[in-house]
Structure formats: C-alpha cells, structure tokens
Design a protein around this ligand. Sequence first.
Ligand SMILES: [Zn+2]
Length: 260
Amino acid sequence: MDISVREMLDCVDADLNQDQSVLFRLFGFIRSRVPPDPAGVVASVSLRQLANDIGGQHININVIRVGFDALGTTALADALIELDYSVYRIRNIYRPRNLGVGRVLHWFVDSADADGMDDIGGTGEARDLWESFSVQNNGIDAFVARNISGTLLGLSPRPGDCDKGSKDDGCLAGGIDSNDEGLSRTFAHEIGHFLGLPHNHDALPDGPCPTGNDRFNLMAQTGCVPFIAGTSTRDTRTAVNLDSDQGSDMREHCAVREGC
Ligand SMILES: [Zn+2]
C-alpha cells in the first residue's frame, strides 16, 4: 500500500497546519521517542507497517493516565516509558491477527480530579473510574492508574460499549506500579476483553489454568502464565498469543474502524 506520511497524519486527524512529531502523532509515543525494550534488544517501528495497520481494520485508543502528577520526577519518567512500551507492544500483539492500532491520543486525570481513583482499591473503584470520565471520540478509553492495590491488575467490561457516556465505555488497562512487560500485557489483555474476548480458561482462583501452549495465550490470566525458567517471574513477555478465531472475534467489535 502506498500512503504518504501526510495522508497518514490526516487519517489520525492530526492538524496538518501544526508541526507534528511523527513518533508522537502517528505512533502515539508520549515521549516522541521509541521506548527502550526491557529485554535490551533495540525496539524499532516502521512507517510502512503503520500504514498497513491504519489502511486495514484498526482501533483507536485514548490512553488516559490517572494521578501521574503525584509521581516524583524519576518515577514519572519511568511511568511515561511504561505507557509508550504498552503502545508499542499492543501494535505488535494485535498486528498478526490483522487488527491494527491507529490513532493513539494521550489524556490525563490529575489526582485532585481522580478523587482517590488514582489508587484503585478494587473492582468497584475501577468501574467508577471509567464511568466517571470519557473522551468524546471513537477511540477506546484505556485508563492507566498511578497504582492498583491488591491482586487486581486491570479490569474491563466484556464487551465494552462504543456509546461514549454509557456505563461500559472504557477499561482499566493497568497500573503503572506493574513492570513494563506486565503492564503492556495487561494493557493488551484488557483491551482484548473490551473487544469481546473471554479468558481461555475458567477464572481464577478456581480455574483450572489452560494447559500447554494455551498458557501463553494473551487471554490467559496472568496467574496462569508460566514462570521464566529458574525464576519466580511470569513470562508475560511471551504469553501474548492470539489465535485466528480470537482475531476475527475482536475485529467484529463496534470500536473497530475500517481502513483509512
Ligand atoms: Zn482478564
């Protein structure tokens, strides 16, 4: 597909009269830089790949950071890298199933407005968060909280609603207190729920977990993801597979846009 950078900027509704950083406006990196890969390999992005993503079925995402103003300088810098890594990863996780990620916009709710929801204490508070705020565009509202207490990692209605202002029009895509790999998997997992995907096993704590390669599916709960050999760390980097049925189910959701 031949599509110019200018046409791509137009596809993501960028104001062509303003100076635009391609990495910010097209790729959605809040730092206007490709995030470092925690594994130490060099992360890279491709304009051609992005053109294919936007040219085919894709979703738009509003990344809404909640309460990040309460972070210190170093923690904030790390938090923004985590956000960008999640944006980077979800594109790579969804692309093999022919679902692109198009426009990514960044928004914030500061701690005063969050009224305690920057530190999510449970599922009720998670729902309150996406019921209290929404962005009036066709993107999926993906909230990332400054902290999530307890065992909850994220939460989403299944499926989410495309009618902004309705009850189920967003999701808690994760907490910045997770590490890069953990948050990025949760981010893609919760948006997977929003797009209609269930877990590929009965819910924990009863379970049981899936077996074999199914434990490396994106829709296995984190508690079912195998440990990295010789460690007590779940292999959240590898456990991001989606099968073709999951891909076609996601592509039927109302949030999915046709090619630009
Ligand atoms: Zn889940």
